[in-house]
Design a binder for this molecule. Sequence first.
Ligand code: MOS
Length: 746
Amino acid sequence: MMQAAEKAPKPVKQLDHRYEGISKVTGKIKYAGEFSEPFAKSDLLYAYLVQSTIPSGDIVSIDRAAADNSAGVVTILTPFNAPKLSQAPPQPPARRNLSLLQDTSVSYNGQPIAVVVARSLDEAKSAAALLKVKYAPKPAKIGLKNRLAEARWPKDPGKEPAGNHRGDAQAGFSKATVIIENTYITPIQHHNPMEPHGTIAWWDGPKLNVYDSTQYITGVRQSLAKTLNIPVDFVHVVDPVVGGGFGSKGSMWSHVPLCAMAARITGKPVKLILEREQMFGPVGGRPSTVNKIKLGASADGKLLAMQQDVVMNASVMEDFVEHAEGPTKNLYMSSANSVSAKIVEANLGVSTFMRAPGEAPGTAVLEIAMDELAEKLNMDPVQLRLVNYAETDPSHDRPWTSKNLKDCYQQAADRFGWSKRNATPRSMSDGNAWIGYGMATATYPANRSAAMAIVRLLPGGRMFVGSGTQDLGTGTYTIMAQQAAAGLGIDPTLVEVKLGDSTLPKAPVSGGSQSSASVLPAIQDATSQLKLKLADLAIADAASPLHGLKTLDIDAKDGKLFNRNNPTQSDTLTDLIARNGNKPVEATGSAEPAESKDAMSSQSWGAVFAEVAVDKDTHMVKVRRIVATYDIGTLLNQKTGHNQLMGGIVWGISFALHEEAHIDSVYGRVVNESLAEYHVPVNADIGTIDVSTLNIPDLKFNPIGSRGIGEIGITGTAAAVANAIYNATGKRIREYPITPDKIMLA
Ligand code: MOS
């Protein structure tokens, strides 16, 4: 392949363990809600968020007498006494319509309507139960499938337009030999990171400090400053480790400024942690999508036209578009396509990004339709994808920076044993189970933003690297240590890493799979600067063996600076810094996407194969095996990288079989707002997962050659499972999750 022949960077030495692993399992490193300093721990107050119990209307009154007199209560914030904020809730960068007790309107069931602050969490919670809220209800908009006629264009579709046409789709369909046309549905889903959202806030005069569980410390800092109308410099945000975010912690939600407001009023540090059920509404979720998909192909399988019209629910508070039509625009080289994304307003919490926004539901639906098309053409599903392989980006008519998806199909099919598949449904069985094989394509865009980093050479030849990025449990610490070490040619175990503190140089949101692709080039730049400084230090130092050389003659390796022209002439970093009085030498670096970025498209790819066993009586589905191969550029760390991809695959299985938020048709509340009833897989639900990567650097995308991998794992997996279920049972289920009742009744 062309990309493989390009000059690859020297492989970076990998850490074989997670940088922060030991400090996590020993409890040494703290999650946001665990801090009890620098304030006096005895001063800490606990806030409990009170939520509305109607979906639409106004709060007429809140009788708080009993709650005020309840033990331990310090203060209660309601729309009737909360401090008036001097400006409307933030638009970008928060891009969320928040509930900050500024008025009495209720837009969804579960909306924050009060905050009770007490000496203990138990006291806050029991006082909250004593609040008597009187509402004037209004008719609520509930449901999606029954209200498709109300669909409208979104006011703010986000980055992508809500409609897009290429070529003449109708002409394509009229020429097609084979047409597939069906409706595919994905449900409302909610993020369920192990660590719930939570904030501790305290004021130091006019300055605000917060520990906050977030994917974006800089975003929280800016949003808090804007919401509370204080200078950005007065806000300090800290979050050393995040217990998962998946998009729900990518923007600031109401509880964060509410916690800060409570801290200001009480003059004390206040902790506000959401309970699990409070995660189903006030902090976003993935909307349900109803997708009408039509594919037309000639007899040889060539796509002549693709059409996808999506209708999804959106909160009455804010239009958020889940771009499920994305893959139909760029995954295959059809002659024409036509897509649209519309919304139906509902009295629900605001929707937001959720792992692989757009591509997760998008591949889940399109890749079933492709399987149906392959069957109707009597063609192997892999072959159909190869016939329509997009060598360039069809949606922008420009080249990819790198694409090796064909190798993914090949490698994963071989590892899976796809050639043993019998395409006839119900032709394979094992004991009392039908066995099915299915496959699908995975894809997610490669994103990158401006980032900065700081590095220091420390006494003893150790290093420090810092950047205002986040580690969501994904491996940011680990790959930062590796990259910094590689820059000076030292062992990665000698590097101390700091992130998750808004005083560090700025980095982007850890969302859109962009942290590694953005931050590592900044570290690379910083270590280059540092190497030059150290070289100059050695050159100027009469005691250095490198004294008097030229800067460009000096390189670093194995803990030493050396003369490129005579490698035995060297100076150890330890000696160099010792002669500098053990004073650290520091450099900062930055990196941003190339100016030419709009001339090419960058995207990651994968091929996912699934084997399922479906019980002939109960119709319970067991995913026995997933085999997936990804083209994600350079694999930065074997352990954390494979772990990320596997996590995504597990979520893809969950998408296929388990997850769905049920909305009460009268009260509009998520009925199953707990992990007992909102099903996510446990270990027993997951079979073997075989992940591999091609590890071909994408050097046109960034100098490290790596594209982000936080989200691609979930894409394609759900459809591979759905297609395997069809192969096993002959039942084509087009509505997720694919539960036993749906298979039974189909
Ligand atoms: Mo991701 S949904 O951008 O955290």
